[in-house]
Design a protein around this ligand. Structure first.
Ligand SMILES: Nc1ncnc2c1ncn2[C@@H]1O[C@H](COP(=O)(O)OP(=O)(O)O)[C@@H](O)[C@H]1O
Ligand SMILES: [Mg+2]
Length: 321
């Protein structure tokens, strides 16, 4: 089969860490043709979604001393061709956030793909409908105490009830702009002003979960079912667990409570066409639902001796046949 991956520029990807590369590599190993493109190379012509598609061949990574390794020239690109996206059997939308205006326009172009001919993952409507921070609010029974507001007063009242809170910009990723604030902090006003852009943008404010010290668990869900997990533990003086800010990855299992969280999400994820999703769970509470380009596959593969990329591709192939 032919698969297109809409990604950030390939030279910026890390083959030893990025899940997009892991999935592309699995597709190649399973005998499929892999093409790449970027959102700026999408067009609509005669009512159809087109893109400049470039065939890519990857050097698979290898495990050396518990680390993935690959040579510097890890990909080879063929001639780019301007083709309808329906030329491929599946299109993986794997552009990294922020979900800004060009990103949203790309999803409208992907809406034009006839899903009877070509599967699009995740569904462009699903991605548009699911802000990665706000989507969790749809599952109130499994999230920590949370508010969304741009009002300093509302945040002050919330902080009065809690010992400490976490501020999150609604469009962030990889720990960007995440702030810790506790009662009596002399930077309270200033941090709220910076975070809400002087009261012009709502933010998410969550009770601080002390168990974040033990880790922020990433669970990968495929078609609503958990297929693997990895823990990310904050190191040094950092309170955030994200890998991008130095969180240490550690092997972990999925607890009964976490399975319950996955079951709670599954019907809605399916309804919204959110096929490949990464949820974040701290101390048994859902804190984030990553739907754009969740990561974690390389780490889970390495720690659990599995190949999640192959599971993803097999599941897509199954749905197509
Ligand atoms: N409610 C919370 N309590 C304690 N720490 C949190 C909480 N929410 C997030 N964090 C910390 O902040 C990090 C990033 O939060 P998250 O909501 O996953 O945003 P993103 O990963 O998109 O930046 C997490 O890895 C965790 O360490
Ligand atoms: Mg996160």
């Amino acid at each position: 089969m032919k698969f297109t991956f809409i990604i950030d520029s390939i030279e910026k990807l890390d083959p030893t860490h990025d899940s997009s590369v892991a999935i592309m590599e699995a597709a190649q190993i399973l005998g499929h043709e892999v093409y790449i493109t970027t959102i700026d190379l999408l067009s609509v012509v005669d009512g159809k979604a087109y893109a400049h598609l470039q065939p890519v061949t990857l050097k698979p990574v290898e495990l050396v001393n518990h680390h993935w390794q690959v040579e510097k020239n890890w990909y080879f690109l063929g001639e780019s061709e301007f083709l309808p996206l329906e030329y491929c059997q599946a299109v993986f939308m794997r552009k990294d956030p922020p979900v800004n205006t060009p990103y949203l326009y790309a999803t409208y172009i992907l809406d034009l793909i006839d899903t009877k001919k070509t599967k699009v993952l995740n569904s462009p409507q699903g991605i548009r409908g699911a802000n990665e921070k706000m989507y969790a609010l749809q599952f109130p029974t499994v999230i920590p105490s949370t508010i969304v507001t741009q009002s300093k007063e509302v945040i002050a009242n919330f902080l009065d009830e809690k010992e400490a809170i976490i501020l999150k910009p609604l469009g962030g990723k990889a720990g960007e702009g995440i702030l810790f604030l506790q009662q009596g902090d002399r930077n309270f006003n200033s941090l709220i002003e910076i975070s809400t852009k002087q009261g012009y943008e709502p933010i998410m404010v969550q009770e601080y979960l002390p168990s974040a010290k033990e880790g922020d668990k990433r669970i990968i869900l495929l078609d609503g079912k958990p297929i693997g997990a990895v823990n990310r533990i904050p190191t040094g003086k950092e309170f955030r667990g994200n890998m991008a800010v130095g969180g240490r990855v550690a092997q972990t299992d999925i607890t009964d409570r976490e399975l319950m969280i996955c079951d709670t999400l599954a019907p809605k994820l399916k309804e919204d066409g959110l096929f490949f999703v990464g949820i974040d769970v701290i101390g048994g509470y859902l804190t984030e639902v990553n739907v754009t380009s969740p990561t974690g596959i390389r780490e889970i593969d390495r720690l659990n001796n599995v190949n999640l990329g192959k599971q993803v591709i097999s599941a897509v192939v199954n749905q197509l046949s």
